[in-house]
Design a protein around this ligand. Sequence first.
Ligand code: NAD
Length: 289
Amino acid sequence: MTAQIIDGRAIANAIKEEVKEDVAALKAQGTQVGLAVILVGDDPASHVYVGSKIKACEAAGIESFEHRMAENCTEQDIRHVIKNLNGNPNVHGILMQLPLPDHLLDVQEKLVQMIAPEKDVDGLTITNAGKLFLAHGDGHVPCTPQGCMHLIRSVTPDLRGKTATVIGRSNLFGKPMGQLLAQADCTVNMVHRYTKDLIAASKNADILVVATGNVDLIKAEHVKAGAIVIDVGINRVPSDNPDKKWKIVGDVDYEAVKEVAGYITPVPGGVGPTTIACLLANTVKAATI
Ligand code: NAD
């Protein structure tokens, strides 16, 4: 069997089209949707991510407010920016690109929690995490797991009774992913670095979602025949193309696993595009609450 590839770009484009229509409708009613992005420091990957988010905002008609802050800025400087954005009626969503530089890592969580929950389009505040946990529909759900649900539902709309394994249990991804799958009536298994038998934990999954940051962690032997495999990992490895120094790969041994799985997401072109599309969708939602 060779797996069907789940085309994240196509699914993201469909979401972006809906967002564009919603943004235009809100504009016609007098609301220009706006997203503020806070980027601290010089990390090249963060600059690339922020660049694509801003480009996607422009394409959807969302106004972006960029706050690029120096590598050596202080906690106080960032607090000041967040406070102003919380009070700015033109800004409906606030995104702070993570991680912050090393000297701010100790206060990163405190700064995230300063963002007004209704503008927290990354869904990282305690209020939004609690709303997700209690299945209140009015909170913001983190963008990457939300995007993964679109990818999974594109091939299996009814998830009731499926066995799902999520590998990785971060606040940003694994925990909210587990909640969303449980709310879709899956039986969820959450796996992490201390799980004793990774093969046993993943082999029975109808849906296997992998987010650990380990190249080729998941091989054919980890995957049930016909399973849906969602690869969230982003890892930079040396490129075999002489024109490029690096290439991006996921956590799944794609070539081997696609011979066993029923459906698989590629890296790049799988989870990444839907993450950005869901950020735009959350921003529109923020403009209506
Ligand atoms: P994290 O470092 O916070 O968490 C990693 C998780 O993986 C931990 O829970 C850890 O216990 C688990 N883990 C690590 N090694 C393991 C192993 N050998 N076996 C089982 N579990 C193991 O990372 P994160 O923020 O959740 O991100 C995970 C990956 O997903 C990274 O590669 C990140 O770049 C990527 N990511 C991609 C997107 C996207 O839009 N495509 C968004 C967020 C994160």
